[in-house]
Write a protein that binds this ligand. Sequence first.
Ligand code: ADP
Ligand code: MG
Length: 246
Amino acid sequence: MIHVVDLHKSHGDLAVLKGITLEVDKGEVHVVVGPSGGGKSTFLRCVNGLERFDAGEIIACGVKLDAKTDARRDAQKLEGLRRRVGFVFQQFNLFPHMTALENLVAAPTLVLGESRAAAEARAHTLLLRMGLEGKAASRPSQLSGGQQQRVAIARALMMKPEVILFDEPTSALDPLMAAEVLAVMTELAKGGQTMIVVTHSMGFARGVATRVHLFAGGLDVESAPPERFFGAPEHPETRRFLAHVS
Ligand code: ADP
Ligand code: MG
């Protein structure tokens, strides 16, 4: 579903991604962990076409991006990509002036041309599934961080994405709210949703990932199924990281 081949990206003199190659198949949950500044967010942003890159190739849900992909010239292609690949941000990024329901209904009605009634019916079902019944008419400022992030996940799901990218979805939340959000993400994973999750939650990585990656210094230093990643890490950098977080 996602093929990334030898992805390179620099900001000026700073090489942020130095040749990332990975593949995500349908139904897999890849968790990316690693120190701050290791290129994790940049990687997700490249996969979603939010950021240009210098070399390599990405094929995401059949949409091919390379160093020549241009936001303006390839706008249609990028829009198609973002319909298929959802994104959940650390800071939720909900529309602040809209209710939860309106946040969910906006894209399907405007972008997909879905009828208001059909979109609202799906939105209510999703809010229920996220444990947000009774919150349809609330604005983001009236919701807790954990509730806002669950609205953001529901909003991503409204587009029926083939893959969802999560960039530290629980980093802005206290432990209880983080647990609520991780529970929702665990349910999604069990339901077969393909996802790439950047997180510091080692519990989620251990329990839910099909594959865990350590990104550090712009490289995918080590990638393995969770049993091996946590039980028998091979790379000294992985061992150092795991010692640091445990
Ligand atoms: P992570 O998500 O793993 O913490 P990032 O992908 O955010 O890492 O950042 C990787 C490196 O790229 C960092 O050193 C960061 O400062 C740098 N960086 C990220 N975005 C920019 C930018 N727009 N301009 C310059 N440097 C950037
Ligand atoms: Mg980041």
